[in-house]
Design a binder for this molecule. Structure first.
Ligand code: 6U4
Ligand code: NA
Ligand code: NA
Length: 156
């Protein structure tokens, strides 16, 4: 059993809108997603989440809480990814386009699931309701969701 690779994912949700970024390069290019990336040596997961948000969108969180842990299993990569999902409700700075992401606000009723990872319509609704959740997702050829479990929890 290979230990999972740790990543972060920050979703900015303010009022009735979410800030998503169109990923311009690398893994998941062409999808709208939250902001995040790999946890680096010497930083905590929380620190990585703050850093990736700042690098990819230009903003700095005022408050940030962990909401979920998602594990992605791939039939074309033996190492699972463990993605720690955070909510940011308040921030300083202005979202701006970066080398990696082009940010855009979406009304909660109009999240562009057809241009997102296939797991997103499964867990975003729980995120939006303010729930804590853990999920496992199994992908074929990186992009095709084959099966999953999702649990809403009282604590992570
Ligand atoms: P590099 O280019 O190596 O510096 P880095 O920014 O560290 O990249 P990146 O962008 O490849 O990492 O990280 C992938 C991002 O995509 C993380 O925020 C996690 C997120 N992600 C990966 N699989 C996902 C999935 N199935 N559904 C989802 N987000 C996913 O909603
Ligand atoms: Na990234
Ligand atoms: Na990175």
């Amino acid at each position: 059993q290979i230990s999972p690779k740790l990543l972060t994912l920050v979703i900015v949700k303010k009022g009735e809108k979410v800030l998503l970024g169109m990923k311009k390069r690398g893994f998941g290019a062409g999808y709208f997603n939250g902001f995040g990336g790999k946890v680096e040596a010497g930083e905590t997961i929380y620190e990585a989440a703050v850093r990736e948000l700042q690098e990819e969108s230009g903003i700095v969180p005022v408050s940030m809480e962990k909401r979920g842990i998602l594990t992605f299993h791939f039939d074309d990569n033996p190492q699972p990814w463990e993605v720690h999902v955070y909510h940011v409700g308040d921030y300083t700075g202005e979202p701006c386009e970066t080398e990696e992401m082009a940010p855009r606000w979406f009304p909660l009723a109009d999240i562009p699931y057809d241009k997102m990872w296939q797991d997103d319509p499964i867990w975003y609704p729980e995120f939006i309701r303010g729930r804590l959740f853990k999920g496992e997702f199994y992908f074929h050829n990186t992009h095709t969701l084959v099966s999953h479990t999702l649990h809403v929890l009282q604590k992570l």
